[in-house]
Design a protein around this ligand. Sequence first.
Ligand SMILES: C[S@@+](CC[C@H](N)C(=O)[O-])C[C@H]1O[C@@H](n2cnc3c(N)ncnc32)[C@H](O)[C@@H]1O
Length: 305
Amino acid sequence: MITPSIDSDYIAAFDPKTYLAECYDGPDEEHIFNIQFLVEAVQSLPTDLMVLEVGGGPTLHSAAVVAPHAYEIHFCDYVPANLAEVRRWLDGQPDAFDWRPFIQVALLKANLPATPAAVAQRAAEMRRKLTQLLPCDVLRGAPLGDCAGQYDLVLAPHCTDVAAATPAQWQQVMHNITSLVKPGGWLFIAVTTGATHNTVGAQVFPCVDLSAEAIYQGYLTAGYDPNTFQLARIPAAAKYEFTGIAYAIAQKQPQPPTRTTLHSTNAITSTRSTYSITTLNSTNSTNSTNSINSINSTHSNRKTR
Ligand SMILES: C[S@@+](CC[C@H](N)C(=O)[O-])C[C@H]1O[C@@H](n2cnc3c(N)ncnc32)[C@H](O)[C@@H]1O
């Protein structure tokens, strides 16, 4: 059993319905970009992965992408109401969130037909493979408790930067989540950039503002292979409280590194050739592409997160 380590007010403050209404009122450019990044990141991975989504909140767009690659998907979050919201969808409750438009994008970005039948088929696959809803706390060394296993693919979109209060704590969160990644497994994260808080409804939640370099160094310090690191950024419209979103993925070293691999503070310039980093600054995110490096987008209607 997970004993909460953060303010229990957080649990009361985070309302899944408000979050979904404000941040998922139809696939916007960020969702489309997020889905495309993930589609391309997992397209070469096997189809029998043990997948864990960490801090998934009440959302299932990532599960929609990875379901064809998953043997099973386990899903965890700190807030019980989020897990209950996901359960409502799994059970087909009438008041459950409608993930079909997001599933449709997942299919389109994978160059698959996105007919109503195909969407229903993907939804059925998600329901079949999403086998466990679990409490978790990424501020703990063992986020799922002591008996947890390790996973081939761990997804932590918009969780690490929200759970941590400082860059040092974010690094600890990365270590904690990495304990759930098999050697040779993959960790995907998404973080907002350019803000130290996010607003959902009337609630203001603090978050850590991370540079691309900090994310890269965080992955390396947590034991990931720099040669597999990919990062893409999408800008947010000026009216929003954050200026962008960064998406990153890398493969955990097969063996724990024998020494900490750190670059100088200007390594983002000097080591750029070691990983792909994309900053997006032109239009047309809805076109399907085969390369993360070729995705271009701007935001026209960003929500707070
Ligand atoms: C901004 S929401 C992101 C939800 C979803 N992953 C998404 O991409 O929309 C942040 C999520 O992180 C979860 N979270 C915050 N602190 C956490 C912690 N210490 N351990 C696990 N999850 C946490 C929250 O419950 C919430 O679901």
